[in-house]
Structure formats: structure tokens, C-alpha cells
Write a protein of this length. Structure first.
Length: 258
């Protein structure tokens, strides 16, 4: 089983070959070549997701945008539909009113809505269905990131640990030793323990944000995985194709046995 998290960079637009029109084919090529099973994406808008689907016939996606009107950034989850079946999907907002679409809580101090898209996926040859939460934490507010991590832990704890295996993908806008990232490593009340896939490599190799320079300087993207899964290999993919960086973030790829 191969899991990817990938902040694809919203269509700002950016200048030169950082513009989406140049990047979309490169991103699709990387995804196809990776053979990924499940991909948590961040920042893609509706037209960007459509561009990827036009190039990735083997994949379907689930998820809504953070405003709930189709006009803002999505936390879309792509899945390989020949190998996986989507059993259930949902979303909630990172606020005190998580069921309220597009909600923002003033005390959390985040200026825009943030959310989680999630799905339950049944894979060919997999013993248990996978629950994947995909998110993009707030950039401005440390408090919002802390409360978001706790809310995700609380929500994951509501699922029966014996029935599922758990994955969290995202751009957490926080370093590995930060309070929000450490919160996600605490045992859940259902007994599940998550691990940071990138913790097995040197911190210098965990840098994913690079601002289209190719030189990472912030370790903000990662994959958290159920400790009952067997992590075989993890890497930060720094591939550049035809002098085009796919995004201002490098994707993270984790391969699991079984």
C-alpha cells in the first residue's frame, strides 16, 4: 500500500513555469508513476482537480472545499479505483462547530476556514479498511493548529480501532517538534497510536516546503500512520521534470507492507 500527501499549490496564478498550466501535467505524471493507492492533496481548486482527473483515468477523488461552495481550496483524497473502493466519506471543519460548513471560531484566531476531508476505503488484499483523514492546518495561528490537532485526535477516537487502520495526511504548517504535531502522536482514546512516517529519516531530509526553489527549508508535510501498519519505506520526492517543479511543496510518499 502506497500513501502520498501532496500540497499541489493553488492556482494563484504564479509566474513563468511555476504557473498551473505548466505544473498540472507534471503532477499527474508523478502521481501516475508513483502508483499511489491513496493520495491526500491540499490547496487544489475545482478546476485544478478537474485537470488532474483528465490526466489520471485510474483515479477518483472525494472531498469538498473549505467554504463548502466549490469556490475555494479542497482537501481532496484521490484513490486508485481499480484497487480501492470508497465505502464512506465525510468532512468537518476545524472549529468549535465542526459540523457547520465553512465555520471559523474567533478564539482559534485563524482568518479563514480550515477543514478535514475523510474517507473509508476498502483495498484489494487488505485485511482492514483504511480510514484516511486529510487536512491543511492554518498558517497564521499557532492556537488554531493546536486545537485542530486535538479535534482530529478526538474524531479519530470515535472509530472502532478493531475494524479499521488509520492514516492522517496533510500540510500541518508546523515542524515535527511542535505541540500540534506531538499531539497527533499521543495515544487515542480508542487505543490507536499514530506514528510520523518521516520520523525515521533525518530532519534535513524531512524538509518539504521550498517555494519553487528546490531547496526545502520547512518540514511541514507528512503522513501519520497506524502503528499496527508496517512502514517499509518513506521518502520526500524532489523530482523536477523539464525544469518545472510540480509544486512549492515536495510530496511525501510512504510504502507499507501488506
Amino acid at each position: 500500500m502506497k500513501i502520498v500527501t501532496f500540497n499541489v499549490r493553488f492556482d494563484k496564478p504564479d509566474p513563468g513555469n511555476s504557473a498551473w498550466v505548466w505544473r498540472r501535467g507534471i503532477i499527474a505524471q508523478l502521481i501516475a508513476q508513483s502508483g499511489a493507492d491513496l493520495i491526500g492533496t491540499q490547496e487544489g481548486k475545482a478546476h485544478q482537480l478537474l485537470d488532474l482527473h483528465r490526466r489520471l483515468n485510474d483515479y477518483q477523488s472525494v472531498g469538498v472545499d473549505r467554504l463548502g461552495n466549490g469556490l475555494s481550496e479542497y482537501c481532496a483524497i484521490f484513490y486508485h479505483q481499480q484497487r480501492w473502493r470508497c465505502l464512506k466519506t465525510g468532512e468537518f471543519w476545524l472549529s468549535q462547530t465542526p459540523k457547520l460548513v465553512g465555520s471559523v471560531t474567533r478564539e482559534w484566531e485563524n482568518p479563514v476556514p480550515r477543514m478535514v476531508s475523510w474517507g473509508v476505503f476498502e483495498g484489494v488484499g487488505q485485511d482492514k479498511p483504511i480510514i484516511i483523514f486529510n487536512t491543511h492546518f492554518d498558517y497564521h495561528s499557532p492556537r488554531a493548529r493546536e486545537l485542530s490537532a486535538q479535534l482530529i485526535s478526538d474524531r479519530l477516537s470515535q472509530f472502532n480501532a478493531d475494524e479499521y487502520r488509520f492514516i492522517v495526511t496533510g500540510d500541518f504548517n508546523a515542524e515535527p517538534d511542535s505541540f500540534p504535531r506531538k499531539t497527533l502522536l499521543k495515544p487515542l482514546t480508542n487505543g490507536v497510536v499514530l506514528r510520523d512516517a518521516l520520523a525515521s529519516i533525518d530532519l534535513d531530509e524531512q524538509m518539504t516546503y521550498h517555494e519553487f526553489t528546490g531547496k526545502g527549508f520547512a518540514a511541514v508535510d507528512t503522513i501519520y500512520y497506524d502503528s499496527r501498519l508496517n512502514l517499509h519505506q518513506v521518502s520526500v520526492d524532489r523530482t523536477q521534470i523539464d525544469h518545472v517543479w510540480p509544486s512549492d511543496h515536495f510530496p511525501v510518499i510512504a510504502q507499507f507492507n501488506g
